[in-house]
Design a protein around this ligand. Structure first.
Ligand code: ADP
Length: 270
């Protein structure tokens, strides 16, 4: 009797179970396709500089070069090596962010100092080509991991410097919103990004202009890292951009992770 009941149940739920099973398979296939894409992308990103490097090694070993030519080739080889180092370092950062639990909100990061460091780095990177404006001090602190937050804001600032043509303006600011949330903004007067690209910008290796990105040392992983850091701190990355006008990247953070310096911690959930 028990078996008969079971077969009725299986018949009744059969369709539903098949649906759940097929959804599960589709999900697995999608994850597998993403993994394959990722491996293909990483291989391509590593193979290109390696090919260039082996070409230079061949040149150096088979051709008599003048001292000036030798210096030039060594400079180009250094660039390709640095490109691979940055790629590996970004890949490790992403793997660490994806593999570790959300940071415990037990450390308060002084936002003014953090932004000041990013502004100093962006100013150096820009080498006088842009006007880099900083936010006025607010005395706010944010609960989180300082190294992660720094890397997120620094990534946005480095993008702004790399994509904004000479003479442009880059603004880094921090403010408290009316609902108590906070936002860190990095805005530029650069080329802007067409609407159709916006939803895909935070995908790993997604680039609007591949050669511009690579020429300026980009790995295609920066915004993916920023998105992860924002989410791990309970927030999100928002992107607004208009072609020909510029872009505005905002890391919006929840009120529970913010306090005025010295104020007692608010009730934060891990
Ligand atoms: P990348 O290393 O290529 O800069 P990111 O993940 O940081 O990778 O950015 C993804 C793409 O988004 C870039 O390749 C570029 O096309 C576009 N992008 C990012 N920031 C800006 C910006 N400030 N202005 C214009 N385009 C940008």
């Amino acid at each position: 009797r028990g078996r008969a009941t079971l077969s009725v149940i299986v018949r009744a739920y059969g369709e539903g179970m098949r649906l759940v099973l097929s959804q599960d398979v589709t999900e697995r296939e999608r994850a597998e396709a993403m993994r394959r894409d990722f491996v293909a992308n990483v291989s391509h990103e590593i193979r290109t500089p390696l090919t260039v490097l082996s070409g230079f090694i061949e040149t150096m070993s088979s051709l008599p070069l003048t001292e000036a030519e030798r210096k030039r080739v060594l400079h180009l080889m250094t660039q390709q090596t640095q490109r691979m180092q940055t790629l590996v370092s970004d890949l490790l950062t992403l793997a660490q962010l994806e593999g570790s639990p959300r940071p415990a909100p037990d450390h308060w990061v002084a936002l003014d100092a953090l932004l000041a460091r990013v502004v100093a780095d962006a100013t150096a990177l820009s080498a006088g080509k842009h006007f880099v404006a900083a936010a006025p001090e607010t005395g706010m602190e944010l609960a989180g991991v300082e190294a992660e937050l720094f890397s997120a804001v620094a990534n946005l600032a480095s993008n702004a410097v790399r994509y904004t043509p000479e003479g442009g303006q880059i603004e880094l600011c921090w403010r408290e919103l009316a609902d108590g949330c906070g936002e860190i903004t990095v805005a530029d007067t650069g080329p802007g990004i067409a609407k159709e690209h916006l939803p895909r910008l935070t995908e790993r290796f997604y680039r609007v202009d591949g050669s511009r990105s690579r020429d300026t040392g980009g790995t295609g992983l920066g915004l993916s890292i920023v998105k992860h850091v924002a989410q791990r701190h309970g927030g999100e990355l928002q992107i607004q951009s208009e072609l020909g006008k510029g872009s505005r990247f905002r890391i919006v953070l929840p009120a529970v992770r913010l306090r005025h310096a010295g104020q007692a911690a608010l009730g934060i959930e891990a």
